[in-house]
Design a protein around this ligand. Structure first.
Ligand code: FA5
Length: 344
């Protein structure tokens, strides 16, 4: 039995020293120390058949061999790991002169156009203002000459929210026009301002209508402000934004807060007026509403309509973005789909 143990040790030492990698070394260790059928354990299992003296000798030698073999395995493992690291360092070299790749985010197309319009209007002397998205019924409707139960409320159905401070409801603003009277009260006249922002409507969605979209409101108030000023500013804006000749048409439009009121349509840039899903096959896309500010609205803003006049417009910023980039469905813009967004 003692001879058998010595022979096994020599064989194990030979195999450990020949292991070329850690996987082979582990296999050798398993072969000799494995609990179930490891060679050392198989020998030790036979101890019970020996007489007590022989059992003592064989048991002592077996334990000593076990310690020696374990030490040999660990020493070889350390050598193999060191060799592994060194060869990896040699092959995986690092070129410190290569430029670092930084994955950068970028602006959403809506923000790009919003900032361009802000620049354009700032150059014309307009302030940039903000307003609340959750608005009182008063600023969204009543101050704009749309009393409760007036049929014009049906033109812009929205989401109503209980207001714990007031029996009136709050509304998710239906348009950026909610800032008109707020701004008049805060800044008085003369006043030139634009208000970009998100608005909400309760309506069915299709290629050109969403329930959440962006508008840009603008107004200019002073003495003797006329439709001529309105048309000049609209033309400056459109030629600045599209950087090409765009065809527009004015139609009479009804908005209770302007008099007279107009709808401005632009010839569809997606189909060049031929008709597509965005322009609903008519070749024109409604871009904005505009007109001269109604005297009741000026009064709500604490201005005197006999002294002051002004124009206002509210454009569908989201539709501008669609025209500018040739986007055929408005729903892409709020989709958060990176396949769409990464094109900008
Ligand atoms: C208004 O919201 C008025 N506040 C505009 C205004 C301001 C008129 C100042 C006069 C003076 P209207 O509901 O038409 O008007 O919306 C204005 C623009 O928003 C439309 O011309 C259109 O471009 C865009 N728009 C309207 N509804 C949607 C919708 N569901 N999805 C995307 N864009 C829309």
């Amino acid at each position: 039995m003692l001879d058998k143990l010595s022979q096994m040790k020599d064989q194990a030492i030979k195999e450990i020293s020949l292991a070329e990698n850690i996987q082979i070394l582990d296999e050798v260790a398993q072969k000799y120390f494995g609990r179930k059928d490891g060679a050392l354990n198989t020998i030790l299992k036979g101890l019970k058949d020996l007489d007590p003296d022989a059992r003592k000798d064989v048991g002592g030698l077996a334990n000593q061999i076990k310690l020696e073999l374990e030490a040999a395995v660990e020493a070889t493992r350390a050598t193999l790991m060191k060799r592994d690291v060194e060869s990896r360092l040699e092959s995986d070299w690092l070129d410190v002169t290569l430029p670092v790749e930084r994955r950068r985010g970028h602006l959403h197309p809506l923000s790009i156009i919003q900032y361009e319009l802000e620049d354009l209007f700032q150059n014309l002397g307009f302030k940039i203002l903000n307003g609340p998205e959750l608005e009182s019924d008063y600023y969204n409707f009543e101050a704009l000459n749309i009393p409760k139960h007036h049929p014009a409320r049906d033109m812009q159905d929205t989401f109503y929210v209980d207001n714990p401070h007031n029996p009136d409801k709050w509304v998710m603003r239906t348009h950026t026009s909610n800032v008109q009277v707020r701004a008049m009260k805060e800044f008085g006249a003369p006043l030139r301002a634009v208000v970009p922002g998100r608005v909400f409507r309760y309506e069915a969605t299709d290629a050109s209508h969403d329930t959440t979209f962006y508008q840009l409101e603008g107004f200019m108030i002073g003495e003797d402000i006329s439709i001529a000023n309105l048309v000049a500013v609209m033309k400056t804006m459109l030629s600045g934004l599209f950087n090409r000749d765009v065809k527009v048409r004015l139609r009479p439009g009804y908005f209770p807060f302007v008099e007279p009121g107009f709808e401005l349509d632009m010839q569809c840039l997606i189909c060049s007026g031929k008709g597509c899903s965005v322009c609903k096959r008519v070749g024109w896309v409604e871009m904005l509403g505009c007109g001269l500010i109604h005297p009741n609205v000026l009064e709500a803003g604490s201005l005197d309509p006999r002294k002051h006049s002004g124009f206002a417009f509210g454009l569908g910023l989201t539709r501008f973005v669609m025209m500018r980039y040739g986007i055929e469905d408005i729903r892409h813009l709020n989709s958060g789909d990176l396949r769409f967004l990464n094109q900008f």
